[in-house]
Unconditional design. Structure first.
Ligand code: ZN
Length: 463
């Protein structure tokens, strides 16, 4: 009887072509339970009573690193300043932008960023969330007010969420006091524990959501605090920014006597729970050790390019079988294929070679990038996602097989066309947690969410 009831609640989709763990398959029937998880995947099956979804089905891409509010900064930091524009001058613009944001503003901007992500092929977001308090640095009456707004944006759009509340206590290495731009981020450890309890309750009400912790960086927490936080929160993902900038590496050596990735490897026992965001500046030894630790390198190639961070040590890392995923970070551009393209192109420019982010002769670079980013992103977000197989969430990006760029393409070449030529414009339908949220390239709530976003950013610009 129970089995009969479960059968009736399944929703079935039929795809002409789908990318399964075993490879490309035709006439694929995918049944989804009312929990949004895939129940069955059957190739070579007739459509029957299933809904036909035209196109080529891929697992949706996890976006492992995002600060949603930064989406509202489009165009704000592209004018030359008096001297030496850098990550650090960009950060000043970012601090000014966030200083006035209300919870309503954050929700409106996050919702817009999340529909852009869904339309661009991302079906789960890791929100590295550090904008906690009011503009004076006081906790809101509900300490999780801002976390609740992120959850509301996820719920309104249908994107899966791994919420990563950030522990941020100091303004810089050596326990420096926060500056005025940082006061909205600051929590001592005990208040962070309270914030995590509240955030856990918020996330528990949200289907398709998980929680982890995000010690912001080695400059924003003390080493004792980092050890304490990793021990208190002994399960779930741990994300930390590391080695994004050479100044950060120099300051870390001066303060802790080791480079950031080296220090984390030596002192924290990195494993599969950990995701090091950026990991841009690593020695060959750090690169090989990070790869064999089981941790994920959280690469944000478009943002790293935008900020002038540097180039990841991709060739060595891949040769050592290192796991990586991709993140949109500052959201300067939201586009999963473009992140992968930028990753490969930065490696090509560095190595003065082609097809760098693959290790096997004859392997498609698009497939290598896409499948590795699916695996690394899913691991980093601590959810059963990124695979079209039973037991995984039914998050599916469907490509337009009538697109002219796909004329004559089949198999892995489809991924090469998507990553290197057609980009996110190929994505036609997106199913998140088993429900279609993007049809004909457009999110179902785009109109209302865009209006709120436009009103919010216009008001902020004129304030
Ligand atoms: Zn970041």
């Amino acid at each position: 009887m129970a089995a009969c009831r479960a059968r009736r609640e399944l929703r079935a989709y039929h795809f002409g072509t789908a990318f399964l763990p075993s490879g490309w398959a035709n006439d694929v029937l995918i049944e989804v339970g009312d929990d949004g998880m895939i129940a069955t995947v059957s190739p070579n099956r007739p459509q029957g009573a299933a809904e036909r979804v035209a196109g080529i089905a891929l697992p949706g891409m996890p976006n492992l690193h995002c600060h949603a509010f930064q989406k509202g900064m489009a165009g704000l930091a592209e004018r030359r300043g008096p001297v030496g524009d850098s990550f650090w001058t960009w950060r000043e613009v970012m601090y000014r932008f966030l200083s006035a944001l209300t919870p309503d503003d954050v929700e409106a901007i996050a919702a817009y960023a999340y529909i852009e992500m869904l339309e661009a092929g991302f079906t789960t977001v890791g929100e590295f969330h550090y904008l906690h308090h009011d503009p004076a640095g006081r906790p809101y009456a509900d300490i999780g007010e801002m976390a609740a707004r992120i959850a509301a944006a996820s719920s309104a759009t249908g994107i899966g969420l791994t919420l990563l509340p950030s522990l941020y206590t100091y303004g810089g290495f050596g326990g420096a006091a926060p500056n005025s731009g940082q006061i909205r981020f600051i929590n001592p450890t005990d208040r962070f524990v309270t914030l995590m309890e509240r955030s856990r309750a918020i996330v528990a009400k949200l289907p398709g959501a998980a929680i982890g912790i995000a010690p912001h960086s080695l400059r924003a927490v003390s080493t004792d605090q980092l050890r304490e936080a990793a021990a208190i929160f002994a399960e779930g993902p741990v994300h930390i920014h590391a080695a994004e900038q050479t100044k950060e590496v120099d300051d870390c050596v001066a303060s802790l006597g080791a480079r950031p990735v080296q220090w984390l490897l030596d002192e924290m026992g990195l494993d599969r729970r950990w995701c090091l965001i950026h990991a841009t500046h690593m020695t060959e030894d750090e690169t090989a050790r990070l790869a064999s630790s089981g941790a994920v390198a959280g690469l944000c190639p478009l943002t790293e390019g935008s900020l002038g961070d540097g180039i990841f040590n991709g060739e060595t890392y891949l040769a050592a079988h290192g796991a990586f995923g991709i993140g949109t970070d500052s959201n300067i551009q939201i586009d999963a294929p473009a992140e992968l393209r930028q990753l490969e192109y930065s490696q090509r420019l560095k190595a003065r070679a082609r097809n760098v982010m693959t290790t096997t002769e004859g392997e498609s670079t698009g497939r290598s990038l896409y499948t590795r980013a699916l695996a690394g992103g899913s691991q980093a977000l601590g959810q059963s996602i990124g695979v079209l197989a039973p037991g995984y969430r039914a998050d599916i990006a469907v490509l337009d097989d009538n697109h002219p760029d796909l004329a004559g393409a089949s198999g892995d070449m489809v991924l090469d066309v998507m990553v290197f030529s057609a980009g996110r414009g190929l994505i036609r339908t997106v199913i998140a947690s088993g429900k279609p949220v993007v049809l004909d390239g457009r999110h179902h709530a785009r109109e209302a969410i865009t209006k709120k976003y436009r009103d919010t950013v216009s008001r902020l610009a004129n304030a």
